[in-house]
Design a protein around this ligand. Sequence first.
Ligand code: DOR
Length: 445
Amino acid sequence: MYDLVIRGGQVMLPAGLLPCDIGVRSGKIAKLGPIPAGQGATELDATGLTILPGMIDTQVHFREPGGEHKEDLATGSKAAVLGGITGVFEMPNTNPSTSTPEALKDKLDRAKGRMWCEHAFYVGATPDNITALPSLERLPGACGVKLFMGSSTGSLLVEEPGAIAGVLRNGHRRVAVHAEDEARLRERNPIAQSAGHPRAHPDWRDPTTALNATRQIVELARKSGRRIHVLHISTGDEMDYLVDHKDIATVEVTPNHLTLTAPDCYDRLGTNAQMNPPVRDATHQARIWQAVADGTVDILGSDHAPHTAEEKAKAYPGSPSGMPGVQTTLPLMLTHVAEGRLTLQRLVDLMAHGPNRVFGIANKGRIAIGYDADFTVVDLMAERVIEQDWLASRAGWSPYTGHKCKGWPVGTIIRGHHVMRDGEVLGTAIGEPMRFHDTLERTTD
Ligand code: DOR
């Protein structure tokens, strides 16, 4: 007997997309192949549907601890499961930042019974916690260290090259990096101030700002032999550079840089299209798509940044950078699949196999025997428009409302539990911290 049997679906197995039944026992995948009738305590008829490994979003900002009526772990993770996401890595630029053992423990405590999906938290590097990083990055619930080389939302910043090298020398796990050249940002800030319109955003934070920092972090990573993960790559120049450093650097792109285009997005959406690093023109976007096609890109992360409409209404450049996206990423990307820009297999590589491979997530990211029974069930034929009343984020807006999608998440299953079905969140918030190959717990002393 199985706790759950999923029948009749097309399943994205390591071997490819194949018709297959799935048997789940004690939260794990126990059988892949024909399963006789009556063997499941619960049965799900997935005829006409496609079962993907649970989609993992390795870059979200849920802002806990945050303010009242703002996004938090509960609302952000509800948005995640509604969007077919089974696991998230949450960023440390909160207030206070997740840069101490106490702050990490506080986040894990807050997550208990409130997170709808599996989760892990980045530890924020600061000039003051460098020597503590080797132990911080090993704490349960940590997915690794995040380094801001350029300032964005919040106060986390490690700018000085000696300090950046210190971060890289202290620890072993892959370091996730926001690569923008802080000195150049300061120098060029008058561009943003005098323009007073977000159209100037990709000029203030120009391609050289991104490339300088990406080069610097790769050079420093090579000196210390440390693996890095360069987040939200926004320029073709960085892609041209990174292809020669794939031994040491993995690469993330966001759906925003793949979907929105400057200058149109700034004319249409104003400050709502403002994020760091900026959305750029069609030439950069085409090169990023090429990097998706040729394998340079390892991971797609939403960079969900739930600034409220009121905050975003401030005049540029006083307006905060970032846009919500954890719930819209999968429908947007399935639409790119339907329109032929990438294959479904490549999307699964970017959002499930990629996170598993890059971060060494234990038991997640593949549909294989012994792995956790985390599934994202999608209807590839569904045509739907992204409407505000579908969105759960407390941000209360999306740059993609009105966007026509083909392909939609209709089920989110975590360790065999249905947490979202046909747009309804089910049961209670059962999300648990993820475990990692680098830091598996010991069973004996
Ligand atoms: O636009 C952004 N917003 N980029 C980041 O790197 C941070 C994020 C935020 O935290 O709001």
